[in-house]
Design a protein around this ligand. Structure first.
Ligand code: GTP
Ligand code: MG
Length: 227
């Protein structure tokens, strides 16, 4: 399955989002912000190509390909500013460059739980990749029930003026975990749902996350038995 790639973020779009945010005065150095987005996008391209190559290789050399599909996304300006505020980081180019590692993100959706760690290992083992951060929300799910493996890797990007180590966030999860996260995300961000409904659905979703994990574990056992 190939990666759904993003085109390089539209510069006009970033300008418009920044305008709307009301923080344009605080972030005067607009050109540098675009440059950060360009570099991070180049990083996502490098990691995306590595994952596509692994995907090809799995199809050729193995009966089972752990990768089901992949998506790439660049963080919106709104969510970038929200994150800076939430974490109490200064709203400056320097602070964005240093503190925000998930401007470029790739999501890898796998068939089975064990596939998640296979993909992680095959990526992180590559000699030009450095693992910067790792959060295993499968071993320790979030209170919501959210499960996924989040890693931030750094990859060298060759630009005209030299080589730069660029951070890219990779979220790896199963189809089941992905389905759950999409629905839970909808519940979390839909503003017109009555409070009692939110409470009920939140509680159910928390339980279903565990149920799904159970089912996925049992289906993985069947799959392994058939290998
Ligand atoms: P942010 O990127 O600002 O959210 O913080 P962080 O760097 O501490 O990231 P974290 O490891 O908590 O993961 C953040 C991302 O994971 C979010 O942008 C979502 O895509 C996903 N995520 C984390 N928790 C949940 C959750 O409870 N439900 C859903 N649906 N997604 C989640
Ligand atoms: Mg994030």
């Amino acid at each position: 399955m190939i990666l759904e790639r993003n085109n390089f973020p539209n510069v006009k779009q970033i300008a418009k989002e920044l305008d709307r945010s009301g923080l344009k005065d605080q972030l005067k150095d607009f050109k540098s912000l675009i440059a950060i987005y360009q570099l991070r996008h180049a990083g996502a391209n490098e990691i995306g190509t590595k994952l596509e190559n692994l995907d090809d290789e799995y199809s050729v050399n193995y009966d089972h390909n752990p990768i089901h599909h992949m998506e790439e996304r660049m963080k919106s300006i709104n969510s970038l500013l929200r994150k800076l505020k939430k974490k109490g980081y200064p709203i400056t180019i320097d602070s964005i460059s240093k503190n925000i590692h998930d401007i470029a993100g790739i999501r890898v959706v796998t068939n089975y739980i064990e596939d998640i760690y296979k993909v992680e290992d095959a990526l992180v083992r590559q000699s030009d990749i450095t693992l910067l951060k790792r959060k295993d929300y499968i071993k320790e799910p979030k209170p919501s029930g959210y499960r996924s493996l989040h890693i931030v890797v750094s990859v060298p990007v060759f630009q005209s003026n030299g080589v730069f180590d660029v951070p890219v966030e990779v979220q790896i999860r199963t189809i089941g975990m992905d389905m759950w996260a999409s629905l839970e995300h909808k519940l979390r961000y839909k503003t017109d749902v009555p409070a009692d409904k939110v409470e009920k659905h939140t509680a159910n979703l928390q339980k279903y996350a565990g149920d799904l994990y159970d089912i996925e574990t049992r289906m993985q056992e069947i799959f392994k038995d058939l290998q």
